[in-house]
Design a binder for this molecule. Sequence first.
Ligand SMILES: *Cc1c(COP(=O)(O)O)cnc(C)c1O
Length: 234
Amino acid sequence: MTVPDITRNLERIRQNIAQAARRSGRQPEGIRLVAVTKTVGNQQIKQALAAGVDLLGESRVQEMVDKYPEFPDARWHFIGHLQRNKVKFLVERVDLIHSLDRWSLAEELDRRARERESVFRVLVQVNVADDGDKHGFLPAEIPGVLRELAGLAGLRVEGLMCIAPFEKEPERIRPIFRQMKRLFDQCTGVPGVKMRFLSMGMSSDYAVAVEEGANLVRLGTAVFGPRNCSLREG
Ligand SMILES: *Cc1c(COP(=O)(O)O)cnc(C)c1O
């Protein structure tokens, strides 16, 4: 893609987000965009940053580690399934981890953070459609999980994330996003956690997600165009 394409994509995305925010009675400024850079080259990432993007999302540790030194001013969000033996590479690099999806990962994050007297900011991933293929905690487990995570000094829980099942028709995902927002609201009272972010919505469904309460959307294709299919999805 050329420079104007990415710039134009971002303009359109910002308009869509603003309209969806207003439809749900919210301010557009409250909604943050994470530009998902998996398989995307440095040149295109530079273009996105020049067009005002400040949050970059990666779903593979190696890609994030490779790209990180090139973009010292960007903040990196990790959004993929994270193996415990890769956690060490994220210390002092990652701004927010969206995908805390199991207890053993929480323990490893906590351990690595405390080793460095640092803290990982995390969102807890919800397996919202109870999909056997997807990672995350089941909705019913979430309040209890948050209460326990609040006891880990190396973690700061700041909200919830979900990866909705793909649907050609984004309206079909609306009930799932609505359920996520209900769960999010229900968790605001959990002691020791500050529910700030509800991360949901990807290129095909972010408008619906924002209408239902998302304030962090993760967009790859909508920003950069279709990904190189020879690289495995992650
Ligand atoms: C790839 C990816 C995205 C972005 O997907 P698009 O459909 O290209 O917007 C968002 N979230 C996660 C977890 C991803 O892996």
